[in-house]
Design a protein around this ligand. Sequence first.
Ligand code: C2E
Ligand code: CA
Ligand code: CA
Length: 638
Amino acid sequence: MIILLGKYLWLAGIIASVVMSEVITVAMDLLLKGEVTYDYLATGMVAALLVSGIMVAGIMKMVDLERSRQEEIAKNLTLRASERRYRTLIEVASDAILVTDTETGTLVDCNRQAEILLDMPRNSILGRHLSNLYDTPQDARSHEADFISRMLDGESGTIELQLKRADGSLVPVEVSGSAFEIDGRHYVHGAFRDITQRREAEDRIKHLAHHDPLTSLPNRIFLHGRLEEAVKFAHRDQKQVAVMFIDLDNFKRINDTLGHRIGDALLEQVARRLTENVHGNHVVGRLGGDEFIIVMEGEDIGTVAAATAELLLENLCRPYRVEDYQLHSCASIGIAVFPTHGRSAEALMKHADAAMYHAKSRGRNTYQLFSHAINAGVRERVEIENGLRESLKHGGFKLLYQPQIDMATGAICSVEALLRWHHPALGQITPDRFIPVAEETKLILPLGLWVLDQACLQLRTWRDGGIDGLRMAVNVSVMQLQDETFCDALDAIVKRHGLSGSDLELEITESALMENLGQVQALLKSLRDYGITLSIDDFGTGYSSLGRLKLLPIQCLKIDRSFVKDIETDEGDAKICDGIIALGHSLGLKIVAEGVETVAQKNFLQEAGCDAIQGYLIAKPLPAKEIAGLITHSDKLR
Ligand code: C2E
Ligand code: CA
Ligand code: CA
């Protein structure tokens, strides 16, 4: 640069010297010729000097301008080269790049990938406000402001957004960005990566985690989350939420007898019926097994839920066609409503479940709204369960015995062992209250064996005391008959007390037996072969068909107390008793009437041909030692 400058100065000097020497030569010539005076010459010289000075300055200025021009060209060339490098870099990038002016929020640059991603030409992208590309501008502005300010703070990082394409469709992107400054203006360079495929994979995984593979309905995890969310909003907006628990009444039997394939197909049809009848923003899900749940939101949702429950019961009760089978499976429904029945998702689930159990215990195919009385019932259930466990370990049960007399002889032919329990905290509790809990908790298995053992021990004691010809009747729950170890355990007890199968009668409630017939039929046959007398208890309440009765290896029917009660006044009941006796006899069965309280009832039954009776008329359930006295005087009972 200095050399260049020096070169031009030297040139300017030569030019100035040449001009000056020419001026001096011409001036000297004119002076010698006397054509000019010294004064003129001096003035001319000064003028010449000025002119050459100006010339030098002009030349210098031109040199300067030229130098700047050269510098500018060089600079432009460098800039263009760097711009080309920049363009190449952003154009080869696999991500869509959008450069935003942070002051205006407008887009000032983009690459080809951005045009492809947004399906927009470059000229439509540039000048647009960045937030125009977002799915929800309101959210986007705050996202964007946050993102830009983080970038300006020198942070780097990524966020995930949805961009809106030219046709309005949305594309999920992951954005990584960085901020930079040019000439005092700030920009953010954002690289937008299309994450549609990743999102799809994530969604697939999420769907699997949140849905039941069999019915495709939302599962427990999803429903619980959904309910928690609904409760949160309901708290805030003072709204109601209802939770409905639906449990199929007959499913277990169908699944056990016809197999899982049929059971699964039935569940799929149930799921379809549920979704077909539940609309709006209510969500139907499957909790597992034959349990379904519906989360409902909206105005006066308790009433809506009750109406929906009625509709569902009607629809679920219609027969199902699975392969060649026509299946029947009604449902029991429990409903709990926020905030009346619970203020958290957990409480609502628990209470809807309790209400559902209550509906089941009320006779199935019905729905029940939760109430605090139910809750008290649930608490009592827990107390009973804990008490049962404790009494099984430490004692608290005893047996009473109620005699049965033979109508022909008037002698006591057998006694029925009836369980009594003193609950550690609740005091004396009737079997009707604790036997169902023992069944639900399977505690009936050890408890039932205890009863058998005690009853056999008592019979042995009477035998040893000289009382013969008496059979011991023991009530057994169907659950005991379903237990594979039952036969062996029974055999061990019978042998331990030196008895035989023919010393025992087992009473099985009609309704429970008919519901589980498939699973226990073979076992009944083995018990029969073992010499045990099998009785159907509470007969008349369980809708046995004659055809099915014929197939059963039973010897005795016990007419339910409810028919005996009004036998003298209610013509219908009298006819039922007559009918049962005639039907039983036609099948070669012995008929026992229970709950006989009056002489008139006894006479009626005797006339109708009933074989034996049991009831307060003869004796209430009594402690063992009182039975002994009764038996010795049994001829007085006639
Ligand atoms: P169940 O087998 O039908 O027993 C007859 C019930 O009627 C007994 O009630 C008995 O006390 C009552 N009873 C008998 N005669 C009369 C009468 O003349 N009038 C009236 N009003 N009632 C009479 P309890 O002892 O309360 O037993 C209720 C039920 O609990 C039994 O009904 C039976 O199903 C069940 N249960 C009792 N003990 C056992 C047991 O050891 N195992 C099982 N699995 N169930 C049992
Ligand atoms: Ca009984
Ligand atoms: Ca009975």
